[in-house]
Design a protein around this ligand. Structure first.
Ligand SMILES: Nc1ncnc2c1ncn2[C@@H]1O[C@H](COP(=O)(O)OP(=O)(O)O)[C@@H](O)[C@H]1O
Ligand SMILES: O=C(O)C1=C[C@@H](OP(=O)(O)O)[C@@H](O)[C@H](O)C1
Ligand SMILES: [Mg+2]
Length: 178
């Protein structure tokens, strides 16, 4: 099955996984390859409030962010033919898990903690959940969060460096499901 045949299935493709595993980067490329619209949920939330995610957390609080995250995701799940990249905390909410799993194909991007660690300096400033945490505390969160990603339709390992290769792997493994 090739990219075109995969794109004939109209269900949304949703990428989940821990902060920094590459959901936004890979999602954009998967969408381009499948000629679908790409939606980054964090970006949609930022557009709604007119400020970056870190400011939403600091000024309005995490609860406000999570409520908006739920309504934005629910509303995109009513649509078709999109590739959605979720924030790493979205699957903490049962309502989000169930709406995604029932309407769309959920793909869990997996990355080892050893590889993830190398990205901390690139992501720390824009991820309020990581700020002020020691490496040990980050590892604890990383490990604990894996439980929330347990329900998915497909897991793809993303230890590879080249995002293009990862995006094509996601499509190829996804094609085997169909
Ligand atoms: N395959 C990869 N190898 C190395 N770095 C990557 C890879 N994919 C993404 N990155 C980098 O990791 C950081 C987080 O990527 P991002 O796509 O924003 O992740 P997420 O959306 O899962 O939080 C960015 O700085 C990005 O450039
Ligand atoms: O895991 C989390 O709680 C979060 C992950 C972030 O998205 P990414 O997974 O794209 O970094 C973003 O939604 C916010 O900072 C909270
Ligand atoms: Mg992202």
């Amino acid at each position: 099955m090739n990219n075109i045949e995969v794109s004939l299935n109209e269900k949304n493709i949703i990428l989940i996984g821990f902060m920094g595993v590459g959901k936004t980067t890979a999602g954009m490329l998967v969408a381009k390859k499948l000629q679908r619209e790409f939606i980054d949920i964090d970006e949609e939330i930022e557009k709604e409030f007119g400020i970056p995610v870190s400011e939403i957390f600091n000024k309005l609080g995490e609860k406000t962010f999570r409520e908006k995250e739920k309504s934005v995701i629910t509303s995109f799940c009513e649509q078709k033919n999109k590739v959605l990249s979720l924030g790493g905390g979205a699957f903490l909410q049962e309502k989000i898990r169930s709406v995604c799993l029932t309407t769309s194909y959920v793909i869990f991007l997996d990355l080892s903690f050893e590889k993830w660690k190398e990205r901390i300096s690139q992501i720390i400033d824009s991820r309020p959940v990581l700020q002020g945490k020691s490496l040990e505390e980050m590892k604890e969160l990383f490990t604990k969060r894996q439980e929330t990603y347990a329900e998915h339709h497909l897991k793809v390992v993303t230890d590879e460096k080249d995002p293009e290769v990862i995006a094509q792997r996601i499509i190829n493994e996804f094609a085997l499901l169909m």
